[in-house]
Design a protein around this ligand. Structure first.
Ligand code: GUN
Ligand code: ZN
Length: 427
């Protein structure tokens, strides 16, 4: 692929905005450019410098638009696209009433393939270039997911859900088939192109101890794969885990016992953590997916972002528990949840959570989530005047930080002007 440049208002992180003052954590060029070659970022800087160094280069020019790394959604369920906006239930009822019936349909490979197409179209039009998705218990649902991602050359993570109890017959496997299927799917998909496998025991209540043991074994046997599951989302769920695993110190302790914690382990929700769990999570090097629209929509609780110091946190939609595919809408919800806990989430920190923070949870923060030389060229272009109200509000903005804040509070898919993945323009 010959080199080309994307020119606009570039925004990139130069530090972790949670580790110091947010205003020192980024570089913003009001007329910047990124040079893309062979799917990667070759160089970036002010447009004047970049264009002088690359005479005659083809330029995609977006005056007045923000150019930044694609969003990274570190916890989503692609089979639940149609479950979004399901009325009137909290977690366990919501799973039984809406989610499990929807997942049953993924036994049909044709249904799974069609669903994966709809899913990636929606994800991309929202400016999300990487997801870590749960599939269903059916291996064919994983094939459909990675096939659709590969066709678009996206960096994604995903895996077959493991469930051998407390679920309908058509959605259960066994400890042995969970192990064997996961192993076969890792061989088929992990490291092929930009695909990363995530071993995916759904959550402690739907796996027997023997199955969690098998999940820990297969994860341990395949270094470089990820592990994703749910943790401390809902009070009734936590009480159920205490009944099912009476010997464990707490919910996180169940996963510890089976070797399902550590770097590359990605715990969804983690709202109701005990102090022991918080310390153990941090010491293990595990990450957390913060899913604010899901936590308010299903009525689960308010995540304590300010209490997560040193624990890697990413931002996620958790579709279909979440109520929007948009990471801008998800940042807004994260802001509101933080407000309800007495803190204000700075826009630079919110954008970090939605990109490099999520990439860090997925151990991809050397590849995606930022605009930097050597990174993969997943780039989005946002229009800060995409709707009349946004234009009105941004007209008053006195800083890039204020523009970002207006975008995360008022923006949605309409603000996404262009999306490039591995340097290919997909939207
Ligand atoms: N806990 C176990 N499975 C699920 C799921 O599919 N969605 C959510 N939000 N929580 C879960
Ligand atoms: Zn989830």
């Amino acid at each position: 692929m010959t080199a080309f440049a994307i020119r606009g208002e570039t925004f990139a992180f130069v530090a972790d905005p949670f580790a110091g003052p947010p205003h020192e954590a980024y570089r913003h060029d009001s007329d910047g450019a990124v040079v893309i070659e062979n799917g990667g970022i070759r160089e970036m800087g002010t447009a004047a410098d970049v264009l002088a160094r690359n005479p005659g280069i083809v330029v995609d020019h977006y005056p007045g638009h923000l150019v930044l790394a694609g969003f990274v959604d570190c916890h989503i369920h692609y089979p639940q696209t149609r479950v979004i906006a399901s009325y009137g239930a909290q977690l366990i009822d919501w799973l039984n009433t809406y989610t499990f019936p929807a997942e049953l349909a993924f036994a049909d490979p044709g249904h799974a393939a069609a669903a994966a197409e709809v899913f990636f179209a929606e994800v991309l039009r929202n400016g999300t270039t990487t997801v870590s998705s749960y599939c269903t218990v059916h291996p064919q649902s994983v094939d459909a997911f990675f096939a659709a991602a590969s066709a678009r050359n996206l960096r994604v993570a995903g895996g077959k859900v493991l469930m051998d109890r407390n679920a309908p017959a058509g959605l259960t496997d066994t400890p042995q088939s969970a192990y064997d299927d996961t192993k076969a799917l890792i061989a088929r998909w992990h490291g092929k192109g930009r695909n990363v496998y995530a071993v995916s025991p759904r959550f402690a209540p739907t796996s027997s101890p023997e199955q969690l043991e098998a999940a820990g074994a297969v994860w341990r046997e395949h270094p470089g794969t990820l592990m994703q599951t749910h943790l401390n989302e809902n009070k009734d769920e936590i009480a159920w885990v205490r009944q099912l695993f009476p010997d464990a110190p707490d919910y996180f302790g169940v996963y510890e016992r089976f070797g399902l914690t550590g770097p590359g382990a990605n715990f969804g929700h983690a709202i109701h953590l005990t102090e022991r769990e918080r310390v153990a999570l941090r010491e293990s090097g595990s990450g957390i997916s913060h899913c604010p629209t899901s936590n308010t929509f299903i009525g689960s609780g308010l995540f304590d972002l300010a209490g997560m110091r040193e624990i890697p946190v990413g931002l996620a939609t958790d579709i279909g528990g979440g109520s929007s595919f948009s990471m801008l809408a998800t940042m807004k919800a994260a802001y509101e949840v933080a407000q309800l806990r007495g803190h204000s989430l700075h826009p630079v920190r919110a954008f970090y959570l939605a990109s490099l923070g999520s990439a860090r949870v997925l151990r991809m923060d050397h590849q995606i989530g930022n605009l930097a030389r050597g990174f993969e060229a997943d780039v989005i272009v946002l229009d800060p005047r995409a709707k009349p109200l946004l234009a009105e509000r941004v007209g008053q903005a006195r800083s890039i930080e204020d523009v970002l804040f207006a975008l995360m509070i008022l923006g949605d898919d309409r603000a996404v002007k262009a999306v490039y993945a591995a340097g290919n323009r997909l939207v």
